[in-house]
Design a protein around this ligand. Structure first.
Ligand code: FRU
Length: 407
């Protein structure tokens, strides 16, 4: 459930029931994902003054369970000195420290702001910026604790690089290394994240890089599995082909929580695409987030691949014997299922290659008022889609009996 601190137009047909969307106006990237003193914080790119992108500020919502979100007033409004672009947050004792990109027409720099009231209000550091490379495009700082210091990852969008920096005091940053260009480079690189995951007692690091365009359908997110030695990130596998985080159209700029108390690595993405967000229906709010997803690694076809498990009770579950041919699917306002001939899972025309282990196909489907998300139960594939069915159309899906296609 989502609750708001201001009156809400429900825009009945499309306002999500369990995906976060602001009460009103525009939202893009998740920012500053952080667990701090009992609350999960979801800050987000927000235009408090309109339904289209502009006046970038950090909106704010909190949750104690990742399922129910309460929207709070804007946490960091656009300033005289510039707009507040994407970034991250950390706990520093009792305080939250936000790292954001200050954006002006001519320059992007990394700045900090502190909050001593659990993220409700922030005070900008008087000596901002804390990192300035004199560049027009240089953004989306992700800061995390590493041993006895801090690491910052920042995107150099047009160089298709992620730069790593180190600091002991959050204010003085020393350059360590750059990663890239690698794999998908057809668009600009944005919104990096870097974190370790453990699989079978072995640690591997995952680097997320969003790019726009150059994803499967415009904006998309690729990931690299590799090593981070405190200095540089080294991919473990060939980077001639990208690994996609998601095979749908709508999952961009996703990043993970800092400070998760149970050591879980939890991801939220923006469930939209820069290529067609302008075509979303004219509701009082624009755009929703994916549900939070628990990330992991598993071995699949000789590689470690990233897995995602939705934190949400699924709307439908498909658990069927794999047919020799044809599809197992649910139909209605969307078609969702598995195609045994093509060995893909799909939502409408969006497909992800998938070969189940064993003789069952097991899928999880999340259906909300204006989205469908599909996961293979082992988490190795996901497809996320914002969908706006014609007005008056229901959201129920019904099983289509298994269609045998005789070849
Ligand atoms: C990604 C992005 C970020 C930037 C923000 C501005 O969607 O372009 O690189 O910080 O949006 O709103």
């Amino acid at each position: 459930m989502i609750t708001y601190d201001s009156p809400v137009s429900l825009d009945n047909e499309y306002r999500p029931e369990f995906h976060f969307t602001p009460a009103k106006n525009w939202m893009n990237d998740p920012n500053g994902l952080l667990w701090h003193k009992g609350e999960y914080h979801l800050f987000f790119q927000h235009n408090p003054a309109g339904k289209k992108w502009g006046h970038m500020s950090w909106g704010h919502a909190v949750s104690t369970d990742l399922l129910n979100w309460t929207e709070l007033p804007v946490a960091i409004p656009e300033g005289e000195d510039g707009a507040i672009f994407s970034g991250s947050a950390i706990s520093d004792g009792d305080e939250i420290v936000a790292f954001y990109t200050r954006h002006t027409e001519s320059q992007q720099t990394q700045c900090i702001a502190r909050s001593s009231d659990n993220g409700r209000t922030f005070t900008k550091y008087e000596n901002n910026p804390v990192l300035d490379e004199g560049k027009k495009d240089f953004r989306d700082p992700k800061v995390f604790r590493y041993r006895d210091h801090w690491i910052m990852c920042v995107a150099q969008p047009f160089d298709r690089q992620i730069s790593f920096y180190k600091s002991f005091d959050l204010v003085n940053w020393q350059h360590l290394s750059n990663f890239g260009p690698a794999a998908a480079v057809e668009g600009i690189w944005e919104c990096p994240d870097l974190f370790p995951l453990v699989v079978d007692g072995e640690e591997a690091w995952v680097l997320l890089v969003s790019l726009n365009p150059g994803g499967l359908y415009g904006s998309g997110t690729q990931y690299f599995v590799g090593e981070f030695d405190g200095q540089a990130f080294t991919p473990r596998y060939s980077t001639s082909e990208p690994r996609w985080l998601d095979y749908g159209k709508d999952n961009y700029a996703g990043v993970t929580f800092n400070g998760e108390p149970n050591g879980r690595r939890i991801f939220i993405g923006w469930m939209a695409n820069w290529s067609d967000v302008k075509d979303h229906p004219d509701t009082s709010w624009t755009c929703q987030m994916t549900v939070p997803r628990l990330l992991g690694l598993t071995r699949y076809k000789d590689e470690l691949v990233l897995t995602q498990q939705p934190i949400c009770s699924e709307t439908y579950e498909i658990l069927e014997d794999i047919p020799e041919s044809g599809t197992i699917e649910l139909t209605g306002f969307a078609q969702v299922g598995y195609n045994a001939d093509r060995k893909v899972i799909f939502i409408n025309e969006y497909e992800a290659p998938y070969e189940p282990k064993g003789d069952k196909i097991h899928l999880k489907v999340l259906v909300d008022r204006s989205s469908v998300e599909l996961f293979s139960a082992d988490g190795v594939r996901s497809i996320s889609l914002a969908v706006f069915p014609p007005l008056g159309m229901g959201r129920d899906l019904t099983p289509e009996s298994h269609k045998h296609i005789v070849l």
